[in-house]
Design a protein around this ligand. Sequence first.
Ligand SMILES: CC(C)(COP(=O)(O)OP(=O)(O)OC[C@H]1O[C@@H](n2cnc3c(N)ncnc32)[C@H](O)[C@@H]1OP(=O)(O)O)[C@@H](O)C(=O)NCCC(=O)NCCS
Length: 178
Amino acid sequence: MKRNLETNNYSLRERTQIDLSQLLKLPNSEFVKKLNLTTDFNIENEKKRIKRLIGRSSDEYILWDIYENNNHLNIGNLGFHNLSLEHKRSEIGYWCHQDWRNKGVIQECLKRIIKYGFEIVNLNRIEAYLDEKNGASEAVLKKLNFTKEGLLRQHYIHGGKVCDSLVYSLLKDDVRQV
Ligand SMILES: CC(C)(COP(=O)(O)OP(=O)(O)OC[C@H]1O[C@@H](n2cnc3c(N)ncnc32)[C@H](O)[C@@H]1OP(=O)(O)O)[C@@H](O)C(=O)NCCC(=O)NCCS
């Protein structure tokens, strides 16, 4: 069964392994239609991401598409990846279509999946890695009470360039104390 979630303004619909495999077989126009994507969504990037997720267990990631309740348009996605049930921790990722940015979409949706992560998946720690120059991403994490833990040197490669990552985390205990 799909692990769909709701917030006040958005529906978070899970994209399962079956959805991913079916989506990849579709031509771009059908792909856009099927997901009800905004037209200037970057399909190539999305397909690359799907290829990375294909074959992984549903215990290792959960990906949700964000649909606006009033027009049912898919305006972004977010989820857990590199999830470890053994260690009760997961990384989070999030993306919002640029026309919908700075309206609180990701803060509202992240709050919902964080609650789901701690209460239903039974996570103990949620972590985020981000570029130091990603002010919007850092602002979101600070708003949600994440703690900055430090800088991981030469942590990832982006477009052939080696980059550092800031690391932020939120523990179940942090939420209990708020
Ligand atoms: C990061 C991202 C997901 C945020 O989504 P969003 O829905 O716009 O986020 P919200 O509106 O909930 O919050 C954004 C906050 O950042 C602030 N902000 C925006 N640009 C900023 C900047 N350059 N520096 C500091 N703060 C900034 C906004 O003012 C807002 O804070 P506020 O609620 O106090 O006004 C979106 O910008 C995005 O998709 N970026 C590209 C993908 C990406 O970077 N993903 C994260 C990878 S780690």
